[in-house]
Ligand binder design. Structure first.
Ligand code: C5P
Length: 231
């Protein structure tokens, strides 16, 4: 059987959000966003090993939240100053290397079984596939901006918005994370490409798999969760 590890990166400070707490700890329908994310992954991939990356300063807060909500936390690893470092720390802590490793943003609580299954299927289809990434079409019109402030339209039909979880062959992800850090590493796919693992398949993401970024996104997530529970 194919082994699966899912690393949940939750060590960001969420500064863009403007809330007193990082967004992954904010309340969503009575529980922190992060608990919804963990539960969604547990339901979608019951056999996966989950590894949770949080910042060291949040250990007590997370412990208190788990006690209050009677919630069992996955194994914890401490994060670093960048997302790349947080993923690196999780990979270094692994005992053994899973066949497939996914990395998921803690602030996407609406991840679904369909998204996970499509990723596993895409990777398992061919040993030449290095990884699989959920993506959706871009609905806004797009413009590219140059240094002098000028902008010009770009063809949105050639663009995709990329989501998490991103899934990779475990041994190749470990080897890609041996590279030294550069600013161009914005997600795990960019680290894989820098290491020469460029056969990354795009799978169907979901417009419901939102990344909680702004305060209004909590209300949107709440509505989407209610709709899911009705279907
Ligand atoms: O900052 P951004 O919203 O892109 O972060 C995406 C995810 O990476 C979040 O879930 C955040 O908690 C995580 N992260 C992390 N360690 C960092 C920075 C971000 O685990 N140093």
């Amino acid at each position: 059987m194919t082994s699966l590890e899912i690393i949940i990166v939750a060590a960001g400070s969420g500064l863009r959000y403007g809330a007193p707490l990082p967004k992954q700890y904010c309340d969503l329908g009575g529980r922190p966003v992060l608990m919804h994310t963990i539960d969604a992954l547990r339901a979608a991939a019951p056999d996966a090993k989950l590894t949770l990356v949080i910042s060291r300063e949040m250990t007590q807060l997370w412990q208190d939240l788990c006690d209050r909500h009677n919630f069992t936390s996955p194994d914890i690893v401490f994060g670093g100053a960048t997302r790349w470092e947080s993923v690196c720390n999780a990979l270094k802590s692994s005992v053994g290397i899973a066949d497939i490793i996914m990395v998921h943003d803690a602030v996407r609580p609406l991840v679904s079984k369909e998204i996970i299954d499509r990723l596993v299927k895409a990777i398992s289809s061919d040993t030449g596939v290095d990884g699989a990434i959920p993506a959706i079409a871009v609905t806004d019109s797009l413009r590219s901006i140059s240094d002098d402030g000028h902008s010009k339209s770009i063809d949105r039909s050639t663009m995709r918005a990329v989501q998490t979880p991103q899934a990779f062959r475990g041994d190749r992800l470990h080897s890609a994370y041996d590279l030294p850090y550069t600013d161009s590493f914005t997600d795990d796919a960019s680290v894989m490409e820098a290491a020469g693992y460029c056969n990354l398949v795009l799978t169907k993401g979901s417009s419901s798999n939102i990344k909680i970024t702004n305060p209004g996104d909590i209300a949107i997530a709440e509505t989407l969760m209610k709709l899911n529970s009705l279907s």
